[in-house]
Design a protein around this ligand. Structure first.
Ligand SMILES: NC(=O)c1ccc[n+]([C@@H]2O[C@H](COP(=O)([O-])OP(=O)(O)OC[C@H]3O[C@@H](n4cnc5c(N)ncnc54)[C@H](OP(=O)(O)O)[C@@H]3O)[C@@H](O)[C@H]2O)c1
Length: 246
């Protein structure tokens, strides 16, 4: 599922039109349903009402989403008005969205550990991950925004300071939760069927079809990506879990 924010905006509405023309049904986050009805083909999209400044609304918007196109910004050609402040919308709103989007994967795994006697090691548990703490992501975004002369037009792929196989991610979570579970290798296709069933019957499935796509490749980049470009070492997944718990 793709979520488009700023769908009523210039970029967003064109993107929605293109996706709908391709037969897709994207989810769109809009602030004003009446305005959305004037601009968007509302029968061909999944409408979610919400404001990026309201973290609660974003929880529902990101549920089951694997890709977010974030185009909800106040651009410099608009003057500020009530509810439309550059700093608030562009920095705080973006941070809220990242925070909301960050939770489902780890939260889903901890729910799975809590409810299942056996933890499936999807694809044998070998897929690699490089978790990064959301506050470190926000720090990177702030640094990008603060230094446009250096960052304009650049693309940064960032990740945490260490790689973990899926099996190691589960071990860190089990340690943090003081839990022990049998880990059983499970073919990706089989777990995919399980995820589809959970998604069909549960309002908040611990594993979604979208999350399954993460197991088709290693989710990693250079370990020094943040330090090299932004001059600080992000907190590691293990350290974060020890400090904050699940
Ligand atoms: N326009 C261009 O040529 C261009 C080119 C390259 C890149 N960009 C970039 O693309 C992004 C979008 O630009 P745009 O031209 O599409 O802007 P835009 O036409 O002004 O649209 C902004 C969108 O953001 C939504 N929005 C604003 N604050 C929000 C909030 N707090 N919560 C939820 N939605 C909110 C607006 O919703 P409402 O309808 O409710 O106001 C609107 O849909 C910007 O980062 C811009 O720099 C634009």
């Amino acid at each position: 599922m793709i979520l488009i924010t700023g769908a009523t905006g210039y970029i967003g509405r064109h993107l929605v039109a293109r996706m709908v023309a391709q037969g897709e049904r994207p989810r769109v986050l809009v602030r004003d349903l009446k305005r959305a009805a004037q601009i968007l083909p509302t029968d061909k999209v999944e409408l979610v009402q919400g404001d990026t400044l309201d973290p609660k609304a974003l929880k529902a918007a990101v549920q089951g989403v694997d890709t977010i196109v974030h185009a909800a910004f106040i651009t410099a050609d608009h003057k500020e008005s009530t509810g439309n402040h550059y700093e608030d919308t562009n920095v705080r709103g973006t941070g809220n969205l990242i925070r909301a989007a960050d939770a489902p994967f780890i939260k889903g795994l901890t729910d799975l550990i809590r409810t299942a006697p056996v933890v499936p090691l999807i694809g044998g548990g070998k897929t690699m991950f490089q978790p990064i703490y959301v506050e470190d992501v926000v720090t990177v975004i702030m640094k990008v925004l603060e230094d446009p002369a250096r960052t304009n037009g650049k693309t940064y792929t960032i990740g945490g300071p260490a790689y973990y196989s899926f099996s190691q991610v589960i071990d860190v979570l089990l340690d943090t939760m003081h839990a022990s579970r049998i880990k059983a290798p499970a073919p990706t296709a089989l777990v995919g069927v399980g995820a589809a069933v959970m998604e069909a019957v549960l309002p908040k499935p611990p594993l979604t079809k979208a999350a399954m796509t993460l197991f088709s490749f290693d989710n990693t980049t250079d370990k020094q990506s943040v330090e090299r470009d932004f001059g600080f070492v992000p907190v590691s997944f293990r350290e974060y879990m020890q400090k904050h718990g699940v």
